[in-house]
Design a protein around this ligand. Sequence first.
Ligand code: GLC
Length: 537
Amino acid sequence: MSRVDKEPWWRGAVIYQVYPRSFADANGDGVGDLAGISERLPYLRGLGVDALWFSPWYPSPMADAGYDVADYRDIDPMFGTIEEADRLIRDAHAHEMRVVIDIVPNHCSDAHPWFREALAAGPGSPQRERFWFRPGRGREGELPPTDLGSIFGGPAWTRVTEPDGRPGEWYLHLFAAQQPDFNWNSTEVRAEFLDVLRFWLDHGVDGIRIDSAAVLVKDLDLAGETAYTDLDGVHEIYREWRSLADGYPGDRVLIGELWLPDHQRFAAYLRPDELHAAFNFEFLCCPWEADRLRAAIDESMLAHQPVEAPASWVLSNHDVTRPVSRFGRADSAFSFADRLRRQGLPLDLELGARRARAGALLCLALPGAAYLYQGEELGLWEVEDIPRPLLQDPMYHRSGGADPGRDGCRVPIPWSGVEPPFGFSPPGAAAAPWLPQPPAWKDLTVEAQTGDPHSMLELYRSALRIRSAEPALGDGTLRWLDSPAGVLAFVRDPGFICVVNVSGEAVPLPPHESVLLTSKPLDGSALPPDTAAWLRQ
Ligand code: GLC
């Protein structure tokens, strides 16, 4: 039985995140596009993933790489057309992969017609009610309405020039100034997003990834992050979204991007009448330490149980340091706050790759769904030496360089050949890739790794093949086995064992019938450090 035959599909799916601008460039302008993705569908199917999640592809001035949306019902010309999106959805289905798109409901672009109308209509207008406009403090309104800071650094308020040319009100933006926050108290905003959801569900998508899902509702009388993080009113929005999604045939899924440390608060979003699933960022942020990994796994399973939602395991995405680089440092946790400090620390890419391989087998053996960010299957590392003038991420610019930003995990992926653009763009392309690729990626192209049994790509291919044929994997539960300190060992019934050696020494394998897959060759019959094994019990 293939994994997609299991119902409902999303409980145990492997979902591959496509970051369109960096996946494949068919027209040679140095930026990925939908035609490029279409050409690579056989690659994705061959890899063995069940679904594709596309980061935003909408018309956008790209102040935040497309997470600043100017029109929720169209495709940016840089990526293609709505007809191409329709074809891509159809073709993905024909290749037996589901499609998840990214919806950004917290904010739009300052180029969105509603924001332009709000600026033109002036203070007190119904058009401004769709956003958070407020007069400033101080004698002349020259101070922001509150002290709230932007998640990207700097203040969360920007002052506008009124239609009469004078400095006027301020508007709220939790992210960049080009990303004004919607006011979710507005019935028009609520109705608009239900309609946007209908639009894409009618176009055949199987799921929606909800950007910044916990911050939609605000109470500006509260201080700091409490003004917007996880306010109770947000649940009502997702109940409405759920009943809309439930009205569609097939299993349409709502997946939340929720960065919430409290397990109970997190699980509340996954109650049966709200979202179906949410990314497990606690696991993603975990250092390569057995106790911490085990605690994150246990706590996550425990939190999901009462609401009967599957857990979702993630090692990376377009916002975080690539695992090969993260695991290659002594301090292998991830946090946005410490990113700059960590970048300066010594890095052992070989160690990082070994751990990332073991981490992949761990991630794919845990109960629930798994996410895979493009390039993870190639073992790409974080590119930490992009020349500063080429950096685009507003996190870098708004923090005055205090945050290195996220460009390093967004570099276009290498497909073939021995020099940039490594098949990302067609031969004779007019422009270089939008971010430069390291020449050393010649060894990490899809072409170079294909057929090499020791490559990361072939490890992923084998793991995904086993996972889809293995009844024990995907949705379900796990049972821990007694194991030496620093070793994670668990059974997935029926008859499957995963062992991960996070200790510094080789350890014996638990009793088993046969070895299905290892992330690195065994040392005789022992499991080497930083290695994982899948065993038949
Ligand atoms: C989410 C996205 C991130 C984006 C932010 C603002 O965290 O994953 O890339 O910058 O929301 O939309």
